[in-house]
Design a protein around this ligand. Structure first.
Ligand SMILES: Nc1ncnc2c1ncn2[C@@H]1O[C@H](COP(=O)(O)OP(=O)(O)OP(=O)(O)O)[C@@H](O)[C@H]1O
Ligand SMILES: [Mg+2]
Length: 262
């Protein structure tokens, strides 16, 4: 479904150039949920923006399905890290969620129905007629998530989607993503700085190195489904994996040049 090959990206030129991505290889199979973790500022959002066709990487190839990414691929939805800039302030919440459904060729009534359903899934039925600026940060982020879910994309990209919600809502939204992925056979790439979360929702966790980011390790998760916020997190396999991922993220080093990392 997603194939990233030798992806490099450098921002700027000359002495101010910053190498964000240093050769990333990443495959995500259809229906798979892959989590990407890595040190702060290592290039996670750069990777996601490249896949979404929003920046043109310096080098490398990206395919979504059989199509090379040149512009934003059609059957894709993105939940951005910066929720405050991802909703239209002059449109009501339900209209924000319904807007992309025009591309699905749905009529107005069907669009509003699908938007209302998605808002119900994220627990925001009561906020449908409000404007984004009337909502808290966490609620705005849930609207952005509802909009992505309503679109039922083949590939869903999420950049720290639960960063600004409280712990209880965060758990609910993690479970919602798992449920939606299962019901609608979506492929999901989720970026998070939360190591526990990556192990809880992921089929696989990809750990990036510090800048320029490369893949330091890939760990298959293999925990049973359905996952449960209490029972899954108590499993010895869960505890072991989160420790392993934590060690890898903290090491920040590049495994192929061990001496310089030390
Ligand atoms: N438009 C830009 N122009 C120049 N440099 C940029 C730009 N966007 C990002 N960078 C730099 O590239 C590096 C990687 O940024 P990126 O946002 O991809 O990191 P990240 O892993 O998502 O960080 P965080 O964990 O804080 O979300 C950072 O050093 C950042 O300063
Ligand atoms: Mg980021």
């Amino acid at each position: 479904m997603l194939d990233v090959v030798n992806l490099h990206h450098t921002y700027g030129t000359g002495p101010k150039a910053h190498r964000a991505l240093g050769g990333i290889d990443l495959k995500v199979a259809e229906g798979e949920l892959v989590c990407v973790v890595g040190p702060s500022g290592c290039g996670k959002s750069t990777l996601l923006r490249s896949i979404a066709g929003l920046i043109r990487p310096t080098e490398g190839h990206i395919h979504v399905g059989d199509v090379a990414v040149a512009d934003t691929p059609g059957d894709l939805a993105v939940v951005f890290q910066d929720y405050s800039r991802s909703l239209f302030p002059w449109m009501s919440v339900v209209d924000n969620v319904a807007l992309p459904l025009r591309r699905r060729g749905m009529d107005r009534a069907a669009r509003r129905r699908a938007a209302a359903e998605a808002l119900e899934e994220v627990g925001l039925t009561g906020a449908a007629a409000k404007y984004p600026w009337e909502l808290s940060g966490g609620m705005q982020q849930r609207v952005a998530i509802a909009r992505a879910l309503a679109y039922r994309p083949a590939l869903l990209l999420m950049d720290e989607p639960f960063g600004s919600v409280d712990a209880q809502t965060r758990e609910d939204l993690e479970d919602l993503v798992l449920k939606v992925r299962e019901h609608h056979r979506m492929t999901v790439l989720l970026i998070t700085h939360d190591i526990d979360e990556s192990v809880y929702v992921g089929d696989r966790v990809v750990v990036l190195t510090g800048a320029p980011a490369r893949v330091a390790a890939e760990l298959p998760v293999g925990l049973p489904f359905p996952r449960d916020q209490i029972a899954t997190r108590e499993l010895p396999a869960f505890v072991h994996l989160r420790a392993e991922v934590g060690r890898l993220v903290r090491a920040k080093g590049h495994p192929s040049d061990g001496e310089s990392a030390a």
